[in-house]
Design a protein around this ligand. Structure first.
Ligand SMILES: [Zn+2]
Length: 531
C-alpha cells in the first residue's frame, strides 16, 4: 500500500522563542535551523522578518536548505490595503520559501481584539494570501483559536479556513492556541473540517496546556490532517508546543503510523534525535529532562532487580522500542536494590569482564550499599560509579594529587560603594614531581575552586580543555544522624559526551570538590591520558 506523506513544520525559532527565559541569538537561530534541516523537517519557521533585528537579519540572505524556510507574520491590518501595510510589506520582502500568516478565526476575537467586522477579517485573509502568492511564495494560514472559534461559530471558523484555501494557500493550520482542547474534540472537529477542505491541506498546531499536545496532534492526523506543527523538546510559551522529539519517533516506529505515512526524517536521522534534543538544551543552557520520552537519560533505564535481570535476557520484555533507534542507551541502574547480576551487567556495559564469582564483586556491592546509605546515589552518577568500580576492580591511575586547597569568600563594599561578594580559591596540585599552584576567582566558592583546579594541571592540561560543567545540583539530605549535602555535577566534553559525578559530605565545598575531582579524573581516563 502506498503511504501518504505527512509534513513536519517546526516552529522552535518562532513559537518556541516565546518561552519564558529563552532568547535566541542570531547564531543560535542559524545553528537550530541547520539541525532541523539535517533532521529532515519540511518547514522551518524562523521568525517575524521586520519585527526585530535578529529575525530581519536571519531572513536577509537566502541560505541553502532542504527545508522550506518560513517567515511568519500577520495578515494585512483591517481597514488598509495590502499594498499599504508596512508589516505585510516586510513579510513579503523577506527571503523566504514560504509565508505563514496568522489570522483570527474566532468571531469573538475578530470583534474584541481586531475591532473589525467578520467580513473585513475574511477580506484581509484573502488579500494577504493573494499578495504572497503573487510574490511566488508558498502560503500557510495559521487559524488562531480555531477550535474555540469552531465551537462558538463553526461556519465562521470554516469560512476563514476556506477563504485562504480558495485563494490558493497550500496549508490551513488549525491552531489550539490556548491549548485547552482535548483529543476527542480535536479528532471530531478536524474530521468535520476535512469534509470541507481536503486533509492534505490541513495542519495541526497544538499547545500543551492539558499535557496533551502530542495526543492532540495524533488525534488530528487520525482525523485527516497531514501537516504537523511543533517544536524541539516541546519548547513554547506556558506549557509548550507539541513536542516533535516525541512525535517523530512515534511516527517512525509505531506501525499504526509508520505503515500509513512517510515523513522526511530518515532512519539514520532518527538515530540522531537524542543528540538533537540534547543539543538544544545545551544551547539554552538547560539541564536535559531525564524523563523525556525516547530521548531522556531515564527513558530506557531500569532499576528494580527482577526487571533488570529480565532485561538482560530479553530487552524487548520491558522496552517498547529499541533505544538505539533513537540514539539512546539502555541503562541498568546501580542502586542499593541492585543484585549481583545487575551489577555484572552494568560492569559489562562499561567494558569490564568480571567473573560472577569474583570476590571483588561482593566488595564492590558492599561498597555501593554503604555509600548509598550515607547519601551517594550512583544511579544518577554513572561516571562516579565507573570510577568506583575501576578503583576497586581494576586501576585508576593516580594522575595528580591535590595537596591542599583554600577557598575564601569575602563580602565587602567596592570602590563604587556597592556591596559585593567575591570568591577566590587557591589550589596546590602535585603532578608527578611538579608542584603547581593556581588561583581562581568565581561567582561563588565552588566556581572559584573549579576555576583554580582546572587552570593548570601541567602535562594533563591539554586533556581537559574541552571539559565543561553543564549542570550543578545540590540537595540537603538527612542521612543517619546529621544533615549532609549531595552534589551532582554534569559535565560534557568536546566529543559531545555527557557524564555525571557525585560528592557527599556535611560540607558543601567538600561534596563539590569530590564531584569535581571525579569529573576531571573521568575525563582523563576516557581521553586515554597517560598515567
Ligand atoms: Zn502557538
Amino acid at each position: 500500500m502506498a503511504r501518504e506523506r505527512l509534513y513536519l513544520f517546526d516552529t522552535t525559532l518562532r513559537d518556541g522563542a516565546q518561552t519564558n527565559g529563552v532568547d535566541f541569538t542570531l547564531t543560535d537561530k542559524l545553528t537550530i535551523a541547520r539541525m532541523l534541516d539535517e533532521l529532515g523537517v519540511d518547514y522551518v519557521e524562523a521568525g517575524y522578518p521586520g519585527a526585530n533585528p535578529i529575525d530581519t537579519t536571519f531572513f536577509a540572505e537566502k541560505r541553502p536548505a532542504h527545508a522550506k524556510i518560513t517567515a511568519f507574520g500577520m495578515t494585512r491590518r483591517p481597514g488598509r490595503s495590502a499594498s499599504n501595510d508596512p508589516g505585510l510589506a516586510a513579510l513579503l520582502a523577506a527571503e523566504a520559501d514560504a509565508i505563514c500568516f496568522v489570522a483570527k478565526s474566532w468571531d469573538y476575537h475578530v470583534r474584541v481584539a481586531l475591532e473589525t467586522t467578520d467580513e473585513e477579517n475574511l477580506a484581509s485573509i484573502r488579500d494577504s494570501v493573494r499578495a504572497a502568492k503573487a510574490k511566488g511564495r508558498e502560503v500557510l494560514l495559521d487559524c488562531e483559536h480555531f477550535f474555540d472559534g469552531y465551537k462558538a461559530n463553526p461556519s465562521y471558523a470554516l469560512a476563514c479556513a476556506k477563504a485562504a484555501c480558495d485563494e490558493g494557500a497550500r496549508w490551513v493550520v488549525l491552531c489550539d492556541t490556548n491549548g485547552g482542547t482535548l483529543p476527542h474534540e480535536v479528532e471530531k472537529v478536524v474530521g468535520e473540517v476535512c469534509k470541507q477542505i481536503p486533509g492534505d491541506h490541513i495542519g495541526i498546531h497544538a499547545h500543551n496546556d492539558t499535557e496533551q499536545a502530542v495526543a492532540n496532534t495524533f488525534a488530528a492526523v487520525r482525523a485527516g490532517a497531514r501537516q504537523i506543527q511543533g517544536t524541539l523538546n516541546g519548547l513554547g510559551e506556558r506549557c509548550g508546543n507539541a513536542n516533535l522529539v516525541s512525535i517523530i519517533p512515534t511516527l517512525k516506529l509505531k506501525p499504526d503510523f509508520s505503515e500509513k505515512f512517510d515523513i522526511g526524517v530518515s532512519d539514520e536521522a532518527l538515530g540522531h534525535i537524542a543528540r538533537v534534543s540534547h543539543a538544544l538544551d545545551d544551547l539554552l543552557n538547560r539541564a536535559a529532562d531525564r524523563h523525556a520520552p525516547y530521548v531522556g537519560e531515564s527513558a530506557f533505564a531500569t532499576k528494580a532487580g527482577i526487571h533488570a535481570s529480565a532485561i538482560m535476557k530479553e530487552p524487548e520484555t520491558y522496552e517498547h522500542v529499541a533505544p538505539e533507534l533513537v540514539g539512546n542507551k539502555r541503562k541498568l541502574l546501580v542502586s542499593d536494590q541492585s543484585g549481583r547480576s545487575h551489577l555484572l551487567a552494568e560492569l559489562d556495559r562499561i567494558g569490564f569482564a568480571v567473573d560472577k564469582d569474583d570476590p571483588r564483586l561482593s566488595r564492590l556491592l558492599d561498597e555501593v550499599k554503604e555509600r548509598e546509605a550515607i547519601g551517594y546515589a550512583y544511579e544518577a552518577a554513572d561516571a562516579s560509579f565507573e570510577l568506583l568500580a575501576r578503583r576497586l576492580l581494576g586501576k585508576v591511575p593516580r594522575y595528580f594529587d591535590v595537596e591542599k586547597f583554600d577557598v575564601n569568600v569575602e563580602q565587602r563594599v567596592n570602590a563604587k560603594g556597592e556591596r559585593v561578594t567575591v570568591s577566590q580559591a587557591v589550589v596546590k596540585v602535585k603532578v608527578g614531581d611538579e608542584l603547581l599552584i593556581s588561583a581562581g576567582e568565581g561567582n561563588g566558592p565552588v566556581n572559584a575552586l573549579d576555576v583554580a583546579l582546572r587552570k593548570d594541571l601541567g602535562k594533563y592540561q591539554s586533556y581537559i580543555t574541552g571539559l565543561e560543567l553543564t549542570d550543578y545540583r545540590v540537595r540537603i539530605l538527612n542521612a543517619g544522624t546529621e544533615a549532609v549535602t549531595r552534589v551532582l555535577i554534569e559535565s560534557e566534553d568536546e566529543t559531545g559526551d555527557h557524564w555525571t559525578t557525585i560528592g557527599v559530605s556535611p560540607n558543601i565545598i567538600d561534596a563539590s570538590f569530590q564531584a569535581l575531582m571525579d569529573s576531571i579524573v573521568y575525563k582523563l581516563l576516557k581521553s586515554g591520558a597517560p598515567a
